[in-house]
Design a protein around this ligand. Structure first.
Ligand SMILES: [Zn+2]
Length: 109
């Protein structure tokens, strides 16, 4: 089963592709299946994954689908706020400068 979901973000559309299922044990000891989804990081373009309840197919109600970056490039609270509180037409520039800073700090490590 392959399903593709499209998420409408501030910087355009992104796709989530359902790539499989993983086993998960809940806090109360039940074993359940989680759906695994893959998307491309908006910073490095590399693939990353999130898991959701297997039945999740609604983009609106699943918070995991709002994640737009791989774990290495996750935006901090302040970076996210910076983008959110910028005027719409400046958001892409603000994001670009955050992206550049993240990639630059990586290069020096
Ligand atoms: Zn990345």
């Amino acid at each position: 089963m392959i399903e593709v979901l499209t998420v409408e973000g501030w910087n355009g559309e992104r796709q989530w592709r359902r790539v499989g299922e993983v086993d998960h044990v809940t806090r109360d000891g039940r074993s359940v299946k989680l759906a695994q989804w893959e998307s491309a990081c908006t910073i490095c373009g590399g693939p990353f994954h999130v898991t959701t309840p297997a039945a999740a197919c609604s983009v609106e109600r699943t918070k995991s689908f709002t994640v737009a970056t791989c774990p290495a490039h996750r935006l901090t609270q302040s970076e996210r706020a910076k983008i959110r509180y910028s005027p719409k037409q400046l958001r892409a520039d603000v994001f670009e400068s955050i992206k550049r800073a993240k990639l630059a700090s990586e290069a020096t490590q």
